[in-house]
Design a protein around this ligand. Sequence first.
Ligand code: FMN
Length: 270
Amino acid sequence: MNLLAAAKTRYATKAYDPARKVPQETVDGLLELLRHSPSSVNSQPWHFVVASSDAGKERLAKGAQGNFSYNAPKIRDASHVILLCARVDMTPEHLEAVLEQEASDGRFAKPEARAGQQATRNGYVTLHRYEYKDLQHWMEKQVYLALGTLLLGAAAEGIDATPMEGIDHRALDLELGLREQGLTSVVMVSLGYRAKPTSTPGCRSRACRPRRCSPTCKLGCTGAALAVDSDVTPVRGQDRSHISGNPRPLTRPCGPPSPRGEGKSAPRCL
Ligand SMILES: Cc1cc2nc3c(=O)[nH]c(=O)nc-3n(C[C@H](O)[C@H](O)[C@H](O)COP(=O)(O)O)c2cc1C
């Protein structure tokens, strides 16, 4: 699939088909993509935890309890779940390991190039640690680049995905012993295949209507129907308000105008 088509048809999947598994070679390709994600001064301040077994996903679901329980089915029913983590510090050992890897990859034609790369990277780390005082934030920015890479890569492979910030970082860090390893959880991504639509035929509720961009839309939509065939769970509304602070889905202005009297006589399935 070309990238633009993938970007236009992907969506944050709300319900997965628990019976369908993403082929291992596709998952391996996505993990390789993650490993090749760019990062500032090639700092790679990340770590990725992957769960595919029920037991593994259950451990990750410990981060989706209480206020975050709306995300739990997306973890349990997905094929694979990846927890993207950040380092809690940029240690000399990590910087040295990156430098050694670059050297063995043949990135340095001369010793001066190696020294220059080391000085530049250390300079940026010092800048973020002491001048900007945002080292953790800077490292998390790199993790979000990996997140974007993964989401687009999954879409290009025809794999459904859900990014999730609605997770309990403390619970996950404790469950996986991340802090002892100098890591902390940042964001989770479920991968799999969307569940079949559960809308009731003839239902006129907003969630069950095909969504098509209105001619007055100011969001830059093209008028194409949005691929939201599983956008029928109450979860989606909750999520939108939780994540964006806006109780109305961002795509709402693109929906068709509400027919008068909707909800009074028409069947509703939510
Ligand atoms: C960083 C990030 C965190 C998100 N966290 C959640 C989440 O916890 N649960 C969820 O269902 N969706 C989550 N989403 C999905 C967004 O709500 C969704 O991407 C956004 O509303 C746009 O909709 P679309 O991706 O379906 O086009 C997240 C998206 C991003 C990029």
